[in-house]
Design a protein around this ligand. Structure first.
Ligand SMILES: Nc1ncnc2c1ncn2[C@@H]1O[C@H](COP(=O)(O)OP(=O)(O)OP(=O)(O)O)[C@@H](O)[C@H]1O
Ligand SMILES: [Mg+2]
Length: 426
């Protein structure tokens, strides 16, 4: 089947000639839409009808954020520059456009670049030493296996109000995945004020997620910029710290957050995002569509993530909150299928076997199976909090750590053991 492409090419004179030439002969390319500007192109990209776009460097309003959004939508980008315009070439490269051609290239050359941009995105990306390299497509289910393997996965850690343990789970998963050899980025995107920096004992001088979002909005956030903004806290673990003050939430602009996640996928094999809890939209503001909404960033993360974890507590009040939150999620983002992680499981607050009871309640009232149970383990979490360290550091033998490690391995698609078998496979 012919590759379906969009064009967004300036220079009316030869634009139609080029499109005609691309379409006319058997280049394996069909132009499905000729876009007039960036807005038009981004709108077309959301329809999923095009696998690649051919665009001019001087397209008005084109910036790094737009390129990142196209890539996020699965549209491979090929750039066209005026013959000899090295500055335009450089600019496109900085925005992550890997294939840039001179505008006087012939149709077959352009068609080939478009085809390679699409297949290149699907087959490139593994780094040497990447433990996933030997694994079949990150352990994804078969129907997803045609996704580009070069893109890292994003896991959103969300859940209802009442401090069920989102941050504990997000930090634990990220740390354990990194210990399993997976390059990992932990992002604190809690719009009610982030505590990841504090939990990890980082001096919160780093500009973190706010700076990343600001650069994304300005179109200057590339891979190197994101890497600079994220603390390297271990050989495989980076952290993008959160809002130091909750009242700065308007700075987490949803569009910027989307671009940050897109760059994060290039930076790390696994990105774990600690999300805020609420989803509801502020009714007072809803008639003013231009007004920022506090939960916009949360919704953006949940919609963009490959996997959404809903962290629940294990007592009757927490379970009720989880059921309500899952209902709200279904209302606003019906396509998201969250995986429920029940945390703080212990005997006492529910009668009988706590796992059985909790699983039955969630099945009955939310129609959801439980993906993982994590035990209440105050001794371990207190030791971690007291030292500003992770469970892997201060409580390596604790039951909670074991649960988090198994979950991290599953999410990252690597074997849970670092023993001989795991190593031989990689
Ligand atoms: N499995 C567990 N066993 C014991 N204590 C836990 C467990 N999980 C989390 N905690 C503790 O519960 C408290 C709340 O956890 P955490 O901060 O992770 O929740 P949260 O959902 O991120 O809350 P917030 O709404 O403040 O963001 C912390 O003191 C944490 O150490
Ligand atoms: Mg939290």
């Amino acid at each position: 089947m012919a590759l379906q492409v969009f064009t967004a090419v300036t220079g009316a004179a030869w634009e139609s000639e080029l499109v005609g030439a691309l379409d006319r002969d058997d280049h394996g390319v069909t132009v499905v839409r000729r876009c007039v500007d960036v807005g038009d192109l981004l709108a077309a990209a959301t329809t999923g009808t095009g696998q690649a776009v051919l665009l001019s460097a001087d397209l008005r309003r084109l910036d790094g954020a737009a390129v990142a959004r196209l890539t996020a939508a699965g549209v491979a980008v090929v750039g066209l520059v005026e013959p000899g315009d090295t500055r335009a070439t450089e600019r496109l490269r900085q925005w992550g456009v890997g294939r840039v051609l001179s505008a006087d290239a012939d149709a077959e050359t352009i068609a080939r670049a478009l085809r390679e941009a699409v297949t290149g995105e699907r087959s490139a990306g593994h780094q040497i030493g990447d433990p996933r390299a030997a694994l079949p497509v990150l352990g994804l289910p078969p129907e997803e296996s045609d996704r580009p393997v070069g893109r890292g996965r994003v896991v959103a850690v969300w859940g209802p109000t009442g401090a069920p343990g989102r941050t504990t789970v997000a930090v634990g998963i990220a740390d354990e995945a990194a210990r399993l050899g997976v390059s990992t980025l932990l992002v604190d995107a809690d719009v009610y004020g982030g505590v990841v920096a504090q939990v990890l004992g980082l001096l919160d001088e780093s500009p973190g997620v706010v700076a990343a979002v600001r650069q994304a909005s300005a179109g200057t956030l590339d891979l190197a910029a994101l890497a600079r903004l994220a603390w390297a806290v271990g050989p495989q673990l980076r952290v993008l710290t959160g809002l130091a003050r909750a009242d700065r939430w308007p700075e987490l602009r949803p569009q910027g957050v989307e671009v940050v996640l897109e760059q994060a996928r290039r930076l790390a094999a696994l990105t774990v995002v600690d999300c805020g809890f609420a989803l509801e939209e502020d009714e007072e503001l809803s008639f003013d569509t231009a007004a920022p909404r506090r939960n916009g960033a949360t919704l953006t993360v949940l919609a963009a993530a490959d996997e959404v974890l809903c962290v629940s507590g294990a007592d009757p009040v927490a379970l009720q909150r989880t059921v309500r939150a899952l209902g709200e999620l279904r209302d606003v983002l019906p396509d998201v299928e969250p995986a429920v992680v029940v945390n703080q499981v212990r005997r006492g607050p529910v009668p009988g076997d706590p796992q059985q009871e909790v699983a039955a309640a969630l099945e009955r009232f939310a129609g959801r199976q439980v993906r993982a149970f994590l035990p209440a383990d105050r001794r371990a979490t207190d030791a971690a909090l007291a030292g500003g360290r992770t469970l892997g550091e201060v409580a390596p033998g604790s039951p909670l750590r074991a649960g988090l490690r198994a979950l991290a391995a599953e999410l990252a698609g690597v074997p849970a053991s670092t023993g001989r078998r795991g190593r031989r496979r990689a």
